[in-house]
Design a protein around this ligand. Sequence first.
Ligand code: GDP
Ligand code: MG
Length: 162
Amino acid sequence: MLQRKVCLIGSFAVGKTSLLQRFVYSRFSDKYLTTVGVKIDRKIVPTSRGSVSLILWDLAGEDEFQSLQTSYLRGGAGFVVVIDCTRNETLQQARTHLDYLDEEHPTAAKVVFVNKIDLESSWDLEQSDFQGLERRYSVYKTSAKTGVSVEEAFHALAEAMK
Ligand code: GDP
Ligand code: MG
């Protein structure tokens, strides 16, 4: 079976670990999930070219923004860049990450998750804030808490990977 490495990327506490918990184990916890070092999960997803085993890499660290280490990203066929819709600054950080990925991994598939959309009352983003991103990437509004669009977004990534 095809195996493909997928890296979750995004600022501290945007919901990377929670999105993987939702996608792989169909669960959610309100408790903060501290990830130590790198955690790797797997999930097999169907694509039009047959099943693909996704090797899902989740990176921890206080300073995740700084720690986009080459060794973590190396060999990545797909990248999930996560934004927290309740913190506007995470959008700018995502743009920086995407610019870096386009430079270093131009042929890899990239998707953007605008996460925590269940927290409607706390939205700190306007639709227009990420319109620019929507012209260049597939953008999914997700919630690790309710599960909305999570499965769909990972499947779209799997489909887009070479
Ligand atoms: P990470 O640092 O990017 O891995 O973020 P975590 O997955 O640890 O999540 C940080 C916090 O946000 C935790 O308290 C989660 O329970 C919470 N969280 C993550 N995703 C969602 C979501 O979609 N909705 C809500 N309401 N909370 C979320
Ligand atoms: Mg985490």
